[in-house]
Write a protein that binds this ligand. Structure first.
Ligand code: NDP
Length: 274
């Protein structure tokens, strides 16, 4: 049986084995997909042993995405830019290749929800690994403008600088979101991890207008704190990141196995708590 897995620390919360298990059932493929909780100092040796023992593919989650980038050959220019990897595999000459499916997964789920980025004024909250991973795919969609708001301004400025040859990016603190621009945003993406504590970035509600679409990378069986905030402020749409989670998994599945699963059916099943 072909062996796959997701590596993180901690990893207990991960839904990836369940999602890939459903993909395999749908596509009539026999796979073994496990969770691996690996201590940071053992990450390199874990990855080499996994592939030396015949493993086919690994997903990488917090806190190892940048580590996985350093360990692998980037699959594309987009991966080189993001400097973060969530999918590992060996190519035909046995090289360890790193890809990032978070950006394609997000863009696919935005499309599933009729949210277009082309020529839109976009606000991204957060400048961590997830923001870094999704930026190349977002820039590819040619938004009219991108503003990144983050607690640690230097991290947002780092992204601004690294992506400056592709897109001009405005950077602000959460408290100054209003100060950059007097107009509200068309799309607001929350890529902070504040939702884990049930909190939202402290930005002015003036960032939202009635046609604004809000997307939270965090997901939950109830509305996330950011989804609640967006609905309270009368956003047109407020969507959590479950769809992105399933879509990014589907892109990894296709990279490894060449099969394209039906993601919608799986998002619906998880939403129903099955
Ligand atoms: P990181 O730890 O790399 O980054 C965390 C971000 O949140 C940083 O911008 C950080 O700001 C900010 N933040 C954290 N705590 C606070 C706080 N107390 N106050 C203000 N800002 C804070 O995490 P990731 O980027 O990897 O993940 C971000 C979120 O995206 C997580 O919830 C994760 O689960 C989700 N995610 C969802 C995916 C999906 O498929 N749906 C895929 C990938 C991620 P600072 O820079 O100042 O520290």
């Amino acid at each position: 049986m072909k062996a796959f897995g997701v590596v993180g620390h901690p990893i207990g919360h991960s839904r990836s084995p369940e999602i890939h298990g459903q993909f395999a059932l749908q596509c009539k493929l026999d796979i073994d997909y496990l969770k691996f909780d690996v201590e940071p100092e053992k990450f390199d040796s874990f990855v080499s042993e996994f592939f030396a023992n015949g493993g086919v593919g690994l997903n990488i989650t917090v806190p190892f995405k940048e580590h996985a980038f350093r360990l692998s050959t980037p699959a594309s220019e987009k991966v080189k830019l993001s400097k973060a990897v969530n999918t590992l595999y060996l190519n035909e000459i046995g090289e360890l290749v790193g890809d990032n499916t978070d950006g394609p997964g997000l863009v696919k789920d935005l499309l599933n929800n009729d949210i277009l980025l082309e020529q839109k004024r976009l606000l991204i909250l957060g400048a961590g690994g997830a923001a870094r991973g999704i930026l190349p795919s977002i820039i590819e969609k040619s938004p009219a403008s991108i503003t990144i708001a983050n607690r640690t301004i230097e991290k947002a400025e780092q992204l601004q600088q690294e992506f400056s040859h592709l897109q001009s990016i405005d950077v602000v603190g959460f408290e100054d979101v209003d100060g950059v621009d007097t107009e509200p945003y068309d799309v607001i993406i929350n890529a902070t991890s504040l939702g884990i504590q049930g909190e939202t970035p402290n930005i002015s509600p003036k960032a939202v207008k009635s046609s604004t679409c809000c997307y939270d990378l965090m997901y939950s069986s109830d509305d996330t704190a950011f989804v609640k905030w967006a609905l309270d402020n009368k956003a047109q749409k407020a969507i959590d990141g479950l769809g992105m989670l399933v879509e990014q998994a589907a892109v990894s599945f296709e990279i490894w196995l060449g099969a394209i699963p039906d993601t919608r059916a799986i998002v619906d099943r998880i939403r129903r708590g099955e």
